[in-house]
Design a protein around this ligand. Structure first.
Ligand SMILES: Nc1ncnc2c1ncn2[C@@H]1O[C@H](COP(=O)(O)OP(=O)(O)O)[C@@H](O)[C@H]1O
Ligand SMILES: CC(=O)N[C@@H](CCC(=O)OP(=O)(O)O)C(=O)O
Length: 284
């Protein structure tokens, strides 16, 4: 579709009220591994976040990379095992997780921001003790439970004009590393930063009554409805931690949370700058 000059002006004007509303506000974006399916799409997501920065928002990115960690494990002959969506993490898997997230995915994201002339800084949750964690369950090994988020380093990085790119690794009392689900990290960071919005980018249209049928998309859901959908088995698997992290974030003061489709080009811009929004919005 080719827009006329008038249509283009209309689109810009529609976005103006949102640019004003979100000026200088923090928006936490969780970019999951399943939505990093190809280079073009990755570039597109980072360009959208770059635009947010240029129009005056403060985006904070928390990244995932589950499929890449699994690939690395398989490469070394290890089989990935998940319990309720969490990767069972022995010592060797923890090392691989850090290698993939801190050594490959975070620097790739930083490079993409650099290509858009946006200053970005990769931060492990261990840096400046951003994420203090403890063992969640001894059967899961080094899977972490978030104990405390320290926002000082994140806010100073934002004040210096950088986009923080946070990897979901926590630090324990004895300096040990913990592997934490990136949705949980994004929710906890959004709450601690008192973010205006939390956006989880995933590989489906949003929350659906039947997730194999996009026409059943639920565009707005509150905490009570979400719990009902979990109890009756409509929301399952990886969507459960997402919903739980959104409902705790809204209870903790984040105004709105959104689960949107990273496979759709410019889904972030459509969500933030248009009247209709996109995906599923979760409110208190
Ligand atoms: N009701 C539902 N609506 C949408 N997706 C659902 C639902 N229930 C379960 N899912 C599953 O949740 C998945 C998203 O979670 P996950 O794979 O952990 O995403 P990511 O890797 O992006 O964090 C979807 O691909 C889908 O298979
Ligand atoms: C404990 C746990 O499961 N941690 C995740 C961390 C990465 C992640 O969350 O990546 P996605 O967002 O791409 O799923 C993992 O090891 O896969």
């Amino acid at each position: 579709m080719i827009l006329s000059a008038k249509d283009k002006a209309h689109v810009l004007l529609e976005s103006l009220s949102y640019i004003k509303k979100f000026h200088n506000q923090t928006v936490v974006i969780k970019y999951g591994g399943n939505a990093m399916i190809n280079e073009e799409l990755k570039n597109c997501v980072i360009r959208d976040i770059s635009l947010l920065k240029y129009v005056g928002l403060n985006p904070v990115t928390v990244h995932g990379g589950g499929p890449e960690i699994t690939k690395m494990m398989n490469h070394f002959g290890k089989k990935a095992q998940f319990v309720n969506g969490l990767r069972v993490t022995d010592e060797e898997t923890m090392k691989m997780t850090e290698l993939v997230l801190l050594g490959s995915i975070a620097p790739q994201i930083v490079s993409l921001f650099n290509m858009n002339d946006v200053k970005a800084l990769g931060l492990s949750g261990k840096d400046g003790k951003i994420i203090e964690a403890s063992q969640r369950d001894k059967n899961l090994g080094f899977v972490g439970k978030i104990e405390k988020i320290n926002t000082d380093l994140i806010t100073s990085v934002i004040e210096k004009g950088y986009v923080p790119i946070i990897s979901p690794i926590g630090i324990g009392k004895n300096g040990e590393s913990y592997n934490i689900n990136s949705d949980e990290v994004a929710g906890a960071i959004a709450t601690s930063l008192k973010a205006k919005k939390l956006i989880l980018i995933t590989d489906v249209e949003g929350v659906m009554e039947d997730y194999k049928n996009p026409s059943t998309l639920i565009s707005h859901i509150n905490k009570a409805e979400a719990q009902k959908y979990i109890q009756n088995g409509v929301i399952t698997g990886g969507m459960i931690p997402k919903i739980n992290c959104c409902t705790s974030a809204v209870a903790g003061g984040v105004e709105r949370c959104h689960i949107i489709d990273g496979r759709e080009y410019h889904s972030i811009l459509l969500e933030i700058f248009t009247n209709d929004g996109i995906g599923t919005m979760i409110t208190a």
